[in-house]
Design a protein around this ligand. Sequence first.
Ligand code: PEP
Length: 250
Amino acid sequence: MTTITPLIAGNWKMNGLKQSLSEISELAQLLTTGEAPRALVCICPPATLLHAVAEQGASSGILAGGQDCHTANAGAHTGDISVSMLADAGAQYVIVGHSERRADHGESDDMVRAKAEAAIGAGLKPIVCVGESEAQRDAGQAVSVVAAQLAASLPDAAGQHSVVVAYEPIWAIGTGRTPNSADIAEIHDAIRAQLVERFGETGATIQILYGGSLKPQNAREILAIENVNGGLVGGASLLAKDFYTIISAV
Ligand code: PEP
């Protein structure tokens, strides 16, 4: 059986000022004084804090990631951030295709795939997000919607480079609601089967994260589900204590 090191990634979204770096110090302290974590730990802060998080987290093994990237490496794209800038700031990961970007910025699967390709090209690991809406789940389309998104959002290069997949049902993000364990297992098993079919052995090693209202209270149950290889955590990653509790649940 393939052993996959889990990843717990925090997505701070558009939250965090310089003073929030105290949460990184606290998390670093918890990680270095408590039991050694059984997961890789990554924080994806806003771009303004990326360099500081990467520097401050390095000694305690906290990795840093961006929340989005452009497909181009440089140029006339006001307000955007390139993969080489993220790497230069110390990022090792970048989230692509988060449902908030798909909704707020009209990002298509093609664009998400191009961003993932750009990330791989810069030596970053893309965390490629997929997930169904509530209406799609209610219509019994969750598995097929996620399969179609995954097929179109994941580049072929995922067969030779490190990538991460995050299943995030849109209706669970920031709502306090989650699918039940059987529903999470159904999607994660389907994603795993699709990855193995497309990428062979490599597909069996790709981390599949669950995201959507993952909290200290439900982390143990959700992270124990087969083919759940960690989590993408929004709200509960903002406080070091909560995030550490989730990491410790692995
Ligand atoms: C997210 O947006 O990636 C997320 C999982 O958010 P939350 O944990 O707050 O639901």
